[in-house]
Design a binder for this molecule. Structure first.
Ligand code: FA5
Length: 350
């Protein structure tokens, strides 16, 4: 009977030689070791054997069976290794020891201008405050002397949440909280309130070269005894000459905002067209940049400050427009475009 096992061994060996992948190998496993495979067939020959012969032949077949199983297991490993090597060889070659070349990004122009303004105002003793983008109607309007149905609301339609809160349409929305935060130090310790609060604003309005639905403003307030329009003009002039590092043509004209009295519009001569008129300045040669004024007594009262004792000024600088002017960006929409080609021009030396 040994010839039978030997014949099967050789048949297996020759078939194994031709195997090139795991699928073919599995086919051979089924052919030889499967339920209806050659080994099982071999055992059928035992019926005609004596008990002694059965024992010897049974042992021989079992040896062959485990020999084939071992060989298949080894071949499986060998094929796996070959597959891994094949994958490695077809992978793109790279040298892990070469230093990485990372293209460095740059700060967004609005961030650069904001930081510059923060630096300037901090050097003049102002604190920099952070404030939420989602605010209440009271914060954005009522505390600022703009009751419900006041026409001034029409200029600042914004995006409302289902719970009645809204995306702030102006950084002035933080004024009330700032007065409340610092009023005790002002009243009891005589520390003037001097704060700026930059932030993102939202307005539901049509966009054009100088209007976006999402833009940045930087609010500033100063409250103390005997604060006057001269203080306001001084801080505005200092800020602009520091930001632009050159003389800028500025005009101050009356402007109406319910939270200041008197109120002004501070415009700068358009730096894109040199005052000739272009789409960036709506062809007027001037760009509205920083409305401002003396804080309305009602607004001080709402903030817990007695307007009989204290006065103050407030301004709302259009940071996005300032970035346009400083970097010569003709269309405000480019600043929100996320286009790396446009934005990467502005490098920072920080
Ligand atoms: C205000 O938002 C007032 N809160 C400013 C203020 C503060 C007045 C304190 C008085 C005292 P206004 O809507 O004009 O005002 O906006 C202020 C500045 O934000 C504008 O001069 C302009 O530079 C900028 N701005 C307003 N709307 C847009 C817009 N849609 N896109 C880009 N910039 C805008």
């Amino acid at each position: 009977m040994s010839e039978l096992t030997e014949k099967l061994r050789q048949e297996f060996a020759s078939k194994l030689k031709a195997v090139s992948d795991a699928k073919e190998l599995d086919g051979i496993r089924v052919e030889f070791l499967g339920k209806k495979g050659s080994i099982t067939e071999l055992l059928k020959n035992m019926r005609s054997l004596s008990a002694e012969e059965k024992k010897t032949f049974g042992q021989e077949v079992n040896r062959l069976k485990s020999e084939l199983a071992d060989t298949i297991a080894k071949k499986t490993e060998e094929l796996k290794k070959k597959e891994i090597e094949r994958e490695i060889n077809t992978m793109p070659k790279f040298d892990v020891s070469i230093p990485a070349y990372l293209e460095r990004g740059s700060y967004h122009p609005i961030t650069l201008v904001q930081r510059e303004c923060e630096r300037i105002f901090k050097s003049m003793g102002f604190t920099v405050e952070d404030y939420s983008e989602i605010v209440t109607d009271y914060e954005c309007f009522e505390s600022l002397n703009i009751p419900k149905h006041h026409p001034a609301r029409d200029m600042q339609d914004t995006y409302y949440l289902t719970n009645g809160q809204l995306l702030k349409s102006q950084t002035s929305a933080a004024q009330n909280a700032i007065y409340r935060k610092y009023k005790d130090a002002l009243i009891h310790d005589g520390v003037p309130i001097k704060a700026i609060f930059p932030g993102r604003c939202f307005r539901n309005e049509a966009t054009d070269a100088c209007h976006e639905n999402t833009f940045f403003q930087m609010e500033g307030v100063m409250v103390d005894k005997n604060i006057s329009i001269s203080n306001l003009i001084y801080f505005m002039k200092t800020m602009l000459s520091e930001v632009f590092k050159k003389d800028i043509k500025v005009r101050l004209r009356p402007g109406f905002f319910p939270f200041v009295e008197p109120g002004f519009e501070l415009d700068i001569s358009c730096l894109i067209c040199g005052g000739e008129g272009c789409p960036s300045c709506k062809h007027s040669g001037w760009l509205e940049l920083c409305p401002c004024g003396m804080i309305h007594p009602e607004v001080l009262k709402a903030g817990g400050i007695d307007p009989e004792d204290y006065t103050g000024f407030a301004f709302g600088l259009g940071l996005t427009r300032l970035a346009m002017m400083k970097y010569g960006v003709k269309d405000i929409r480019d600043l929100n475009s996320g286009s790396l080609k446009s934005l990467s021009q502005f490098t920072d030396d920080e």
